[in-house]
Design a protein around this ligand. Structure first.
Ligand code: F6R
Ligand code: MG
Ligand code: MG
Length: 371
């Protein structure tokens, strides 16, 4: 029996700006999903910042219409509750009016994989808020391609065979533009792509030893769907761990860096990514961008209870460092590296100003200078 893990997430409204969904909204979404238990074998609902993630297990394969519709219906129905409560941004990630076979291209982010369950099947669900899918590029590179992070790459014969990467060019809006690379042979080519978090995004990673899928990332960019900026994408990701894959600790350790990612205030800044406990809301400067990690084992498609991977006291020290990095970056306000490049800004204000000022520029000629 093959098991499918599907996680679909959306921001359908939150309290106090973009902080977190209300309890009533979460309970409502949970009720709608629980009422569809004929389709699913198991499910789990969580939130990170203002995003609600519905993790579902079933045997229907990836891209299944009934599973996707179930999540879409839960978000549509939740939006009515969010509107009733007057939550901010009610229904903001539901960019299309009607469901058409699959949530891809409708606004909600989706990551899923169909697996042959191993006798023990540990996996991690990452959920990030106030950032884009490229936020996972560096952690995945370090986990699957850097022996300084992952001793398993030299210790375990199966990891030594390396990994196959599918990377997507998310600037291309006409369809899925992807490239396949293998590590360790093409490690520098991979790095050359992954340095550009806003354009090239890891979609999936596969074991070369067994052919099994290790990683699935939600790569949707909301501005490609809406044609304009509608908020940060806030990606979810599934990662299988142990045995033929990196260990859970090797997957978690890159998040100790608190690397700078696109996100934070008005989706237009560079801020360090903070690993947070489950059910953390957003705060400082509409950030800092946050990432949670829920660990599970799945057996015959039934989930164990969740374990909060970033709740351990070790991460308190990391969070303090990330807070300092965030404040340091904010000291330089709008200047240079603190803000995202022009094409990634979420509002048109800067463009409008530049267009208006354009007419006032003069080219100083020798004659003008003499005059
Ligand atoms: C992401 C998020 C931000 C906002 C963005 C626009 O979760 O909350 O990306 O969507 O700052 O916010 P508004 O529409 O309130 O200006
Ligand atoms: Mg939001
Ligand atoms: Mg969000």
């Amino acid at each position: 029996m093959k098991t499918t893990l599907t996680v679909i997430k959306a921001d359908i409204g939150s309290i106090g700006g973009h902080l977190r969904p209300s309890r009533r909204l979460l309970e409502h979404v949970a009720q709608v999903v629980a009422s569809c238990n004929n389709t699913l074998i198991d499910h789990h609902i969580g939130y990170t910042g203002d995003d609600i993630a519905i993790l579902m297990t079933h045997t229907r394969g990836i891209g299944d219409e009934e599973v996707h519709k179930l999540a879409w219906d839960a978000f549509v129905s939740g939006t009515a509750v969010a509107k009733e409560e007057g939550l901010y941004g009610a229904g903001q990630d539901l960019l299309k009016d009607s469901f058409s076979g699959n949530v891809r291209g409708l606004g909600p982010a989706v990551a899923e994989m169909e697996i042959d369950e191993r006798p023990n099947e540990p996996f991690l669900l990452f959920a990030a808020d106030k950032t884009d899918p490229g936020a996972y590029n560096l952690p995945l590179f370090l986990t699957f391609a850097d022996v300084m992070n992952t001793p398993g790459l030299i210790l375990s014969p199966n990891l030594t065979r390396g990994f196959r990467w599918i990377v997507m060019d998310v600037n291309y809006a006409e369809g899925d533009r992807v490239i396949e690379l293998v590590t360790p042979e093409e490690i520098y080519d991979l790095a050359a792509l992954l340095r550009d978090n806003q354009r090239f995004v890891v979609e999936s990673v596969w074991s070369r030893a067994t052919g099994e899928q290790a990683v699935a990332v939600a790569t949707s960019r909301l501005h490609n769907i809406a044609g304009k900026y509608t908020g940060k994408d806030d990606p979810v990701m599934l990662v299988r761990t142990q045995m033929n894959f990196p260990a859970t600790g090797e997957v978690l350790s890159p998040y100790a860096i608190g690397h700078y990612v696109g996100g934070g205030m008005r989706g237009s800044h560079q801020m360090p990514l903070m690993p947070v406990p489950l059910f953390t809301s957003t705060s400082y400067f509409d950030g800092p961008p946050l990432v949670s990690c829920t660990a599970f084992c799945v057996h015959n498609a039934a989930l164990t209870e969740p374990c909060d991977a970033f709740a351990h006291p070790f991460w308190d020290e990391v969070r303090a460092t990330v807070s300092r990095k965030a404040i340091d970056m904010r000291r330089q306000g709008f200047s240079g590296a603190a803000m995202l490049p022009m094409a990634e800004l979420e509002y048109t204000g800067v463009m409008d100003k530049l267009a208006r000022l354009e007419k006032r520029f003069i080219v100083r000629t020798k004659e003008l200078a003499a005059a």
